[in-house]
Ligand binder design. Structure first.
Ligand SMILES: Nc1nc2c(ncn2[C@@H]2O[C@H](COP(=O)(O)OP(=O)(O)O)[C@@H](O)[C@H]2O)c(=O)[nH]1
Ligand SMILES: [Mg+2]
Length: 305
């Protein structure tokens, strides 16, 4: 299945909750008045686009209605344009080094958000693109034995090297060894981290320590510090993100499980509030379900019929 069809499929729930409801309000052929506009605002808010953005988008529709007698189609295209405008600038590709040094990609996020499987998918994509690229994975989620094993299985499938210690080991020590391993090898290093410790404070401290290890060893920060965000957590994810951002100064977001929610509109407040690039979007469990985010594709798929 082509990516665009997977994306459409993945956005099914958001489309039926958000887009189709709006279509019903706008498409009935009658006059669009205050009641209809208010209804649309409520639908947008329910789809997690955020109250501020919902109000602005509806204001643009109101403006159009004041000056002309637009068709439902015109109103929808105004809405699409408004959403695309607000997402503009949010896309960015993974920054791979081209100086022969290892590209270090630190992957963070709460438990179950999809860190480990996303690393596996990204590694598979990058391996497909350049099979000669050495890929290493560091099992810095030492909190659970299963986490180390899971990463090991993925590493083997992709043909990546795995650097691991025992359960309970210091994640920074794993990272130290992984940096040593990749020093001569170059290529890519994915650092898989824990999403849950005894407290949020401990988790953030641990991530800072991992980052300090990279800085000490390489004399620079990790090249990417990504947050894997589960779309089903909706707006809560944004406050989560700001904690991670505070701790390690994130460079980008990967939004997973968009297929599991009707609140895919959350991409708007993520970008509006965090101003962190939305790099990849995940709409399912297979490798093909993860793809670079495109605002244009996203909006078109969202409003497709
Ligand atoms: N439906 C769906 N499931 C996903 C997606 N991304 C990850 N998952 C699933 O989420 C679960 C937790 O993923 P995992 O990588 O172990 O999370 P971690 O705890 O952050 O490492 C796994 O069953 C993944 O297959 C996605 O985009 N859509
Ligand atoms: Mg994991």
């Amino acid at each position: 299945m082509a990516w665009i069809d997977r994306l459409k499929n993945g956005l099914k729930r958001t489309r039926s909750g958000l887009t189709e409801s709006i279509g019903q309000v706008l498409g009935h052929g009658g006059k669009i008045g205050a009641a209809e506009l208010e209804e649309i605002e409520e639908i947008l808010i329910a789809g997690d686009v955020g109250a501020g953005v919902a109000m602005e988008l509806v204001e643009e529709l109101a403006e159009l209605v004041r000056h002309s007698c637009p068709s439902g189609e015109e109103l929808i295209s105004t809405l699409k344009k408004g959403i695309k405008e607000r997402l503009s600038g949010c896309e960015r590709s993974l920054a791979l080094r081209n100086d022969g040094k290892t590209t270090v990609i630190l992957v963070t996020g709460v438990n179950g958000s999809g860190k480990t499987t996303t690393i596996a998918k990204l590694a598979a994509h990058l391996h497909d693109r350049d099979p000669s690229l050495p890929i290493t994975m560091a099992a810095a989620d030492t909190f659970r034995a299963a986490a180390i094993e899971q990463l090991g299985v993925w590493a083997e499938r992709v043909g990546a090297d795995l650097v691991k210690h025992r359960i309970g080991a210091d994640p920074s020590a794993v990272v130290f060894d992984a940096l040593e391993h990749t020093r001569r090898l170059g290529g890519l290093l994915f650092i898989d981290t824990a999403g849950r410790l005894q407290t949020k404070h401990n988790l953030m401290e641990e991530l800072r320590k991992v980052e300090r290890t990279v800085e000490k060893r390489l004399g620079r920060k990790s090249d990417e510090r990504l947050l894997v965000l589960d779309a089903t957590t909706g707006q809560n994810g944004i406050s989560q993100a700001s904690h991670f951002h505070e701790a390690i100064n994130l460079t980008g977001i990967i939004l997973t499980k968009v297929d599991g929610t009707a609140k895919g509109g959350v991409v708007l407040p993520i970008w509006e509030e965090l101003k962190l690039p939305l790099m990849y979007i995940g709409v399912g469990e297979s490798k093909e379900d993860l793809h670079e985010f495109s605002a244009d594709q996203f909006v078109e798929a969202l409003f497709s019929t």
